[in-house]
Design a protein around this ligand. Structure first.
Ligand SMILES: Cc1cc2nc3c(=O)[nH]c(=O)nc-3n(C[C@H](O)[C@H](O)[C@H](O)COP(=O)(O)OP(=O)(O)OC[C@H]3O[C@@H](n4cnc5c(N)ncnc54)[C@H](O)[C@@H]3O)c2cc1C
Length: 385
């Protein structure tokens, strides 16, 4: 890029927005993040980060802080209603999977942003943006920059203002998320390093240790199951569904959040000098644990494609090249996450067969883990940590 410092406004201080902001600032951009909340805050409890996401964090200089005290899962095991293993899902060494608290992950990106000179304005609600890099705030203020990034989540005002939306739908499923204390003996000794996903009809219980002392529980059900989706967790109901885990459900006394899953797809990811990414552009159900990974990966890729831009007039072409390069892997991951969600509607015995066949078949296995095995743009093999 030329000597003149280019400016960027990033709407949304979530995983996608912060990853973009850090990556742009590291490449010499003057970046301001505009966040609606009163502080940079993560919604939800724990989060899975696959190999691709870890590589992105390394490239952004956020890796060490993000993984401090993290839980390294040796297996992502799936079990049926009788607690019988459907698939034991070993995690190969070249495709790591870790879990941490979301707050820790976000903080690691915030700190990396500080080091790179990213400015953050909180209590700022963006209500629109246009292709010329102009942003309108709810306060009436108007801002302008060479580049605007809309990383303002599933209800993205920027996506709507630019008229880019093709699909925005909520799936039938949603999840209750909460944290419990992790205690010795929570699982059998041989299961201590595992993530365990349990299925029973339309309900799922995912047990995710995130540190030595904390376990994240995700209780998935159809949104119209009023009893199951109650944020005052109905322990009797959930324990009857998953009696082998009643001792964990009994401990679910902390704050609980409920969220339905969303899918968004866009005609294009940019208009002029304004781009959208993360859930704003390509939200996916969390079945593969990759929505945040894709948001961070795409943020780094965006900055990498803008690296070569000499003139502000070249930004739209660079954004087109970015989308041409990245869209296929992101939409592949989204498609397979949606497909995976479909198995929740199958009768238990059929689901068991389908999962076993899919995991045993080299082709379907490769599709499911393709995003996790992908080397993201802006990272190199040598950066594997
Ligand atoms: C139950 C569940 C479990 C999940 N588990 C995982 C997992 O294990 N691993 C994984 O990788 N992904 C997971 N995901 C997906 C992941 O949470 C999202 O894909 C990721 O958070 C998207 O990041 P984002 O920055 O695009 O959007 P968001 O995280 O939604 O961030 C958007 C930000 O923009 C701000 N904002 C919104 N509107 C405005 C506005 N108008 N003006 C200014 N600011 C605004 C918001 O306050 C927020 O800070 C899960 C999702 C769910 C629902």
């Amino acid at each position: 890029m030329s000597d003149k410092k280019r400016s960027a406004l990033v709407a949304g201080g979530g995983l996608g927005g912060l990853a973009s902001a850090v990556a742009l600032a590291q490449r010499g951009w003057d970046v301001t993040v505009l966040e609606r909340q009163s502080e940079l805050r993560a919604n939800g409890s724990g989060i899975y980060i696959w190999e691709n996401g870890l590589r992105v964090l390394k490239a952004l200089g956020a890796y060490e802080q993000a993984i401090e005290g993290a839980f390294y899962g040796s297996h992502f095991e799936q079990r049926d209603l009788n607690n019988e293993v459907i698939d034991c899902g070993p995690t190969p060494a070249n495709r790591r999977l870790i879990t941490v608290m979301r707050s820790q992950l976000l903080k690691s990106l915030e700190q990396a942003g500080k080091r790179a000179g990213v400015k953050v304005r909180t209590n700022v609600e963006v209500i629109a943006a246009n292709a010329r890099g102009e942003v309108q705030l709810a306060s009436g203020e108007r801002l302008r920059a060479d580049l605007v990034v809309g990383a303002d989540g599933i209800w993205s005002r920027i996506r709507q203002a630019l008229g880019l939306e093709l699909v925005h739908e909520q799936t039938r499923e949603g999840a209750l998320r909460t944290m419990i204390e992790r205690r010795p003996g929570d699982t059998q000794e041989q299961d201590a390093q595992k993530y365990i996903e349990n299925w029973n009809g339309l309900h799922r219980l995912l047990i995710t240790p995130v540190s030595e002392t904390q376990t994240y529980l995700a209780l998935t059900c159809p949104h119209d199951d009023v009893r199951a989706s109650n944020t005052q967790i109905d322990k009797e109901y959930w324990s009857a569904l998953f009696p082998h885990w009643a001792h964990l459900i009994a401990r679910a006394d902390g704050p609980v959040s409920w969220g339905r899953y969303s899918v968004t797809r866009c005609k294009t990811w940019s208009s002029g000098r304004t781009a959208i990414l993360g859930d704003a552009a390509h939200a996916q159900p969390p079945n593969l644990g990759q929505g945040g990974g894709m948001a961070m990966q795409n943020g780094l890729a965006l900055a990498t494609f803008l690296e070569k831009v000499q003139d502000v007039r070249d930004i739209p072409d660079a954004l087109e090249a970015w989308e041409n390069n990245e869209r296929e892997i992101v939409e592949h991951c989204q498609k397979w996450s949606c497909l995976y969600g479909e198995i929740s509607a199958l009768p238990d015995a059929v689901r068991t067969q389908v999962v076993r066949s899919a995991m045993a078949n080299p082709w379907s296995y490769a599709q499911i883990f393709r995003a996790a095995s992908h080397t993201p743009t802006g990272t190199v093999q040598a950066e594997r940590c």
